[in-house]
Design a protein around this ligand. Sequence first.
Ligand code: ARG
Length: 312
Amino acid sequence: MPRGCSLRLRLLTLGSRKIVTQTSVDRRNILDGSRMTATWPIGRAARARTYLMCPPEFFAVDYAINPWMHPDEPADPGRAMAQWERLRAVYGGLGHTVRTIAPVPGLPDMVFAANGGCVIGGQALGARFRYPQRAAEAGAYSDWLAGHGYPVTPARAINEGEGDLVCTGRAVLAGHGFRSDPAAAAETAAVFGLPVISLLLTDPRFYHLDTALAVLDADTAAYYPAAFDEAGKAALASQFAELIEAKDEDAEVLGLNAVSDGRHVVLPEQATGLAAQLTAAGFEPIGVDLSELLKAGGGPKCCTLELREGRA
Ligand code: ARG
């Protein structure tokens, strides 16, 4: 074993099955040149990603469409931009490609790129927003995607993009209850040819699926159990070999609004307990401060739309 690696064998009990998983925590720089491959085959492996982001040039808390938004507590535009620039720099530093879409005046929530669509295997499902305040974002994102080589299927049912359509690599988890319609699940399955698992969200503070759940890799997710009903919790247990349960205080700073590349997990820096849980599970948490964007109910994941060329 290379120096600097610690290998832990862990026994997980999954129902009546017992499986042994191996987790390698490599303390050295795991990036091998630009190839983003781990230097040790066991453990959490990063894969280079392409993300679409939108600078918060016209960001403001002008209306309230979720419980986090209070127009009488305005956001600081300069700080919001600096926090967003830092997030973009973190992705760049991890070797990811970040593309940007031009912000549109009058669309203050357009910074939340995750809601602009869902892209898997080079194909896109366009978004369709629940509230009129965000409706025009759908066209702006669809135009960008179609113009950059991602054919877009327009949505019939309301779906708020990756905010509610979370790709696991094997399937898509489709959140509904506050924003996206349950009917978005069938459209998602038809466009991507992947199994889709519908999940009902039950707590208005966690109004998009990506505020209550983060896929860390195809077998691992972190989630906030109290945001789901019993059927949803059972469905998640059947999808993931490892589930990390976030505590109230981490969920309440939108700690689950996190972006994983398979190894590095970019999450709100206020979610310190969740960061410790991620480290214990062999991931590398990277905290970022997006406190200005939190005033609109958003975090790192909300600001990030993954452009997936492959299906996984
Ligand atoms: N203010 C925005 C809204 O309520 C925040 C969107 C957050 N996006 C997300 N992917 N969770 O629509």
